[in-house]
Design a protein around this ligand. Sequence first.
Ligand SMILES: *[C@@H]1O[C@H](CO)[C@@H](O)[C@H](O)[C@H]1NC(C)=O
Ligand SMILES: *[C@@H]1O[C@H](CO)[C@@H](O)[C@H](O)[C@H]1NC(C)=O
Ligand SMILES: *[C@@H]1O[C@H](CO)[C@@H](O)[C@H](O)[C@H]1NC(C)=O
Ligand SMILES: *[C@@H]1O[C@H](CO)[C@@H](O)[C@H](O)[C@H]1NC(C)=O
Ligand SMILES: *[C@@H]1O[C@H](CO)[C@@H](O)[C@H](O)[C@H]1NC(C)=O
Ligand SMILES: *[C@@H]1O[C@H](CO)[C@@H](O)[C@H](O)[C@H]1NC(C)=O
Length: 394
Amino acid sequence: MSQKKIFLLLVAISSALLLRHGGHVSTMRPFHLGYSSLQSSSASGLKTKHTSIAFLKTHKTASTTVQNLLFRFAERNNLTVALPIQACDHQFCYPRTFSTRFVHSHTMSPQVITSHMRFNHSELRRLMPNDTVYITILREPTSMFESLFSYYNQYCLSFKRVPNGSLEAFLEQPWHYYRPHEKDSMYARNTLTFDLGGDKDRSPKDKAYIKGFIGEVERIFSLVMIAEHFDESLVLLRHLLAWDLEDMLYVRMNMRRPSSRRSLGADLPARIRSWNALDTALYEHFNKSLWERLRALGLSSVGREVHLLQSAQVRLVQGCFGGRLPQLRPAAFIRNKELRPWQPSPKVDIMGYDLPPNASRLGRGAGAMSHDLCVKLLMPEVQYSRLLLRSQSQ
Ligand SMILES: *[C@@H]1O[C@H](CO)[C@@H](O)[C@H](O)[C@H]1NC(C)=O
Ligand SMILES: *[C@@H]1O[C@H](CO)[C@@H](O)[C@H](O)[C@H]1NC(C)=O
Ligand SMILES: *[C@@H]1O[C@H](CO)[C@@H](O)[C@H](O)[C@H]1NC(C)=O
Ligand SMILES: *[C@@H]1O[C@H](CO)[C@@H](O)[C@H](O)[C@H]1NC(C)=O
Ligand SMILES: *[C@@H]1O[C@H](CO)[C@@H](O)[C@H](O)[C@H]1NC(C)=O
Ligand SMILES: *[C@@H]1O[C@H](CO)[C@@H](O)[C@H](O)[C@H]1NC(C)=O
């Protein structure tokens, strides 16, 4: 090793130690993940962590998992999280366009914002620090639409009026069921475009609109994550924010029961993409740019980092739950109501985790994690938002 490398390594290690003991990082018992090789090979050990973040939480895209990760980071680092006023429910009065009026007064001057909203950059700029990093996540439109159709089937009228809840029937004649200006119509067409503040009903023939819209998203957002490449997206996120590997740990949240997933007939994917042409254009653009950035970082080092993240995750689950995750169950069967996820209707089983019966012993064994961390890893968004509001109101 050259002297320069040794020097950099020493700087990296001592800054990591400084960070750990500087009161900046952790109120939680730190746990060892063995990622020192990462810190010396990336810039993160040398920089302070970035703490001003606006995460645009899109629908049915694994965004709840990212939100949970950001909530935990904010708590550990005493950051203020902007939360909605009660009248807005747990979202910023979605689908209305975001306004600072929707932010609870006890959470003013926030550093982090993650709850569902329809994006408005200029309103967010009035609220958030000037160095705020904007992030969002997209999902492949075919599987996303199938998921929206099933999740909001009884909720969104465009879907509810389809006979037999048939996705095929909807796609056969979407204009027969869809009303652009009706309540909840944003779940039925170009939901990603809508969430990002765009015009979901703009004709896909208007190429200039799509191009301009993509350009704007690119200009504002420092990272557009891709749900299908979640761990790789987290690698980019970690580098962007100069966070540690332990800040990136997660458990998958807010999933459907696998049996409520349907397989799509041969011509459905093309129909879904064409019905959601704006979202498809967004997705294709940002999946491409995600992979350009991953290649720029070096695919083999990305692969190594993904592997480290996944092994750290296994150790976390081991430490928290003594082996494997608690079993996923339908919300109705979860005894602890703090852990019961919200359901759009009784017909869709959104799955959650229940704590094992011996949960009071969580985090007591050798190599155990703190009880608080273990519970919060599993806590659904509504309960976690309420809890954060309570603690920030004190
Ligand atoms: C967080 O804030 C509390 C109360 O103000 C303080 O006691 C604690 O040291 C802070 N922790 C960190 C990591 O800044
Ligand atoms: C976004 O916010 C700005 C003010 O910050 C406002 O002028 C504009 O009308 C808002 N856009 C929408 C679509 O509501
Ligand atoms: C952000 O930038 C604006 C204009 O550049 C400035 O007026 C404002 O004071 C800055 N706010 C903070 C919190 O730095
Ligand atoms: C709905 O299902 C019923 C019973 O399975 C069937 O008879 C009917 O043709 C279906 N309707 C449509 C529009 O597919
Ligand atoms: C995203 O792009 C990569 C690289 O071009 C490709 O391999 C991958 O299949 C794409 N992902 C999806 C879900 O389309
Ligand atoms: C809880 O009990 C199960 C089975 O009885 C055991 O495998 C697991 O290690 C226990 N977990 C804790 C945290 O004690």
